[in-house]
Write a protein that binds this ligand. Structure first.
Ligand SMILES: *Cc1c(COP(=O)(O)O)cnc(C)c1O
Length: 425
C-alpha cells in the first residue's frame, strides 16, 4: 500500500463528497475526528434556528400553525425526512424525546412479562444508559433485574458473536434490545439475522442505532425490526442534546404506548382535550410532551444535507476512510515501538464509522494527539476512537492523524502528559 501524503491527496481528488465539507463549520486548526460523539455544526443551522426565533418573535403562539414548517407538525416532518435514511415508511418514524427516554418508552411498550416469558436479553458491551433503563423497566414491572436481565457476554471484551446472542434467545425471552453498533469497537451487528432469529422464537427485538444512523444505511421495514431509537447529535449533526428519533414498525401501531402524554394523542383531536387517552396510530403516538422546536430545528438542515449526499454514498466513503486508516496503522504503527493494534472488525461491512486504536498509555497518547489539534476521543482501557466523518473529513486528515501518532511515539511526546482524566474525554 502507498503510505505517502501525495496518495491521500489523490484520494481526496477522487472523493465525490468532498464538496460537502464547506457546508460545515470546522473548528480552526483542528482535525476533527469525533463525529461519532458530537457531529459538527452545519453552516445553515444558524439560519433555521434564527427563523424559529423570528417566528416566535413575530407570531407568538400562532407559530404552532403558521410557522414556515408549522411547529405542530415539526416532529412528523422531521420523521419524513429521516424515514428514507433508515428504510422506513414516514409514519413509522418520529422525532421525539431523547435516546434514553425513548428506550424507556419503547421497552415499556414491548415488555409485557407474563407466565414464563419474563426476560429481557441485552449484552454486556452496550452503552451503560441502555442497561440502566432496562434494569429500571424490569423493576417497574415488579421483577428483579438480577433474574430477568440476561446480558450476552463478549468473548474478547470488544465484540459480540451473533451466535452467542442467538443461543440465548429462548422461550423465556420477552424482548431483546441490542445496539446496532458497539460504541467502543465500532462493530456493526447483523441486524437482519438477529431479527429473523428473534422472530422465529416469538421475541420482540429492537435496536439502539445511535452509532449507526447517518453513517450506515438501515432497512428497518425490510428487516422487520419491531422498534428502534437513535440519537441525533452524533452522525446526524443535530447539535448537543438535540431531540432523538424512534421507529415503531407499522404492525405495532395498535399497541398501547407504555408511556403516554398528550402529544401522542390522535393528532386532529389532541385539542379536544379529552381525559380518556387515545393514541395516534403511527409512531407519533409514542410522543409524550410538546416537542422542543428550537432544538429540533437544527435537524431540518442536518437531514437535508444527509439526504442530498445520499446515505449510500456516505457509507461508501466512510468505509474507504476507515479502511485507509486501518491500512496506514498496520503499515506504519503496528511494529515496535509503536505497537498499536486495531480494536475494530477487519471486515468493513462489520464496522460502523469509527476505528478503535489500542495502545498501552492510550490516555496519554490521546492527550498528545489533542495537543496537535486532533480531536479523537478516549474510552478506557487504552482505546482511542478515531472517527473520520464522510461529510466533512478528508483522506489527507486521516494520513495526518496516523503520522502525528508516529511522531508522538518517535519523540515519546506522550510522556509529557499526565494520567489524569478530565470529566469528558
Ligand atoms: C449516544 C448514545 C446514547 C445517548 O443517550 P442520551 O439519552 O442521548 O444521553 C444512548 N445509547 C447509545 C448506544 C449511544 O451511543
Amino acid at each position: 500500500m502507498q503510505t505517502d501524503e501525495q496518495f491521500s491527496r489523490k484520494k481526496d481528488q477522487e472523493d465525490t463528497l468532498s464538496n460537502f465539507r464547506h457546508k460545515f463549520f470546522i473548528p480552526e486548526n483542528t482535525i476533527y475526528m469525533d463525529g461519532n460523539s458530537l457531529g459538527l455544526m452545519p453552516k445553515d443551522t444558524h439560519t433555521v434556528v434564527e427563523r424559529i426565533l423570528d417566528e416566535w418573535k413575530n407570531l407568538g403562539i400562532r407559530g404552532w400553525l403558521e410557522g414556515k414548517i408549522p411547529w405542530f407538525y415539526f416532529a412528523e416532518i422531521l420523521g419524513e425526512k429521516m424515514a428514507p435514511v433508515v428504510g422506513a415508511d414516514h409514519q413509522e418514524v418520529i422525532c421525539t424525546g431523547t435516546t434514553t427516554v425513548n428506550i424507556h418508552s419503547l421497552i415499556s411498550t414491548f415488555y409485557n412479562p407474563f407466565n414464563n416469558k419474563t426476560k429481557i436479553l441485552a449484552d454486556e458491551l452496550n452503552f451503560p444508559t441502555d442497561i440502566y433503563a432496562l434494569r429500571s423497566q424490569i423493576e417497574l414491572k415488579g421483577l428483579q433485574p438480577e433474574k430477568e436481565l440476561i446480558l450476552c457476554k463478549s468473548r474478547d471484551g470488544l465484540t459480540l458473536n451473533e451466535d452467542d446472542i442467538i443461543d440465548l434467545m429462548d422461550d423465556k425471552t420477552a424482548v431483546i434490545l441490542l445496539p446496532s453498533v458497539l460504541y467502543r469497537s465500532g462493530q456493526l451487528l447483523d441486524i437482519p439475522r438477529l431479527t429473523r432469529e428473534a422472530h422465529k422464537k416469538d421475541i420482540f427485538i429492537g435496536f439502539d442505532c445511535s452509532h449507526s444512523v447517518g453513517v450506515v444505511p438501515h432497512y428497518f421495514d425490510d428487516w422487520e425490526v419491531d422498534f428502534a431509537m437513535w440519537c441525533s447529535y452524533k452522525y446526524l449533526n443535530g447539535g448537543p442534546g438535540c431531540p432523538a428519533f424512534l421507529y415503531v414498525n407499522k404492525r405495532h401501531f395498535q399497541k398501547s404506548p407504555g408511556m403516554t402524554g398528550w402529544f401522542g394523542y390522535v393528532k386532529d383531536k389532541q385539542f379536544d382535550l379529552l381525559s380518556h387517552f387515545e393514541h395516534e396510530k403511527n409512531a407519533g403516538g409514542w410522543q409524550i410532551s410538546s416537542p422542543s422546536i428550537l432544538s429540533s430545528a437544527t435537524l431540518e438542515v442536518a437531514l437535508d444535507i444527509i439526504n442530498e449526499a445520499g446515505i449510500q454514498n456516505i457509507r461508501e466513503k466512510s468505509k474507504k476512510l476507515t479502511s485507509y486508516l486501518i491500512d496506514l496503522v498496520y503499515e506504519i504503527l503496528s511494529d515496535q515501538p509503536y505497537s498499536f493494534t486495531i480494536g475494530s472488525p477487519e471486515d468493513p461491512d462489520k464496522r460502523s464509522g469509527h476505528v478503535a486504536l489500542i495502545r498501552k498509555d492510550g490516555l496519554r497518547v490521546n492527550k498528545a494527539l489533542k495537543g496537535k489539534g486532533v480531536i479523537p476521543d478516549y474510552r478506557p482501557e487504552n482505546l482511542i476512537r478515531v472517527a473520520p466523518a464522510a461529510l466533512y473529513n478528508s483522506f489527507n486528515e486521516v494520513w495526518k492523524v496516523v503520522n502525528y501518532l508516529k511522531q508522538i511515539i518517535d519523540k515519546k511526546e506522550f510522556e509529557h502528559f499526565s494520567e489524569e482524566r478530565s470529566a469528558i474525554s
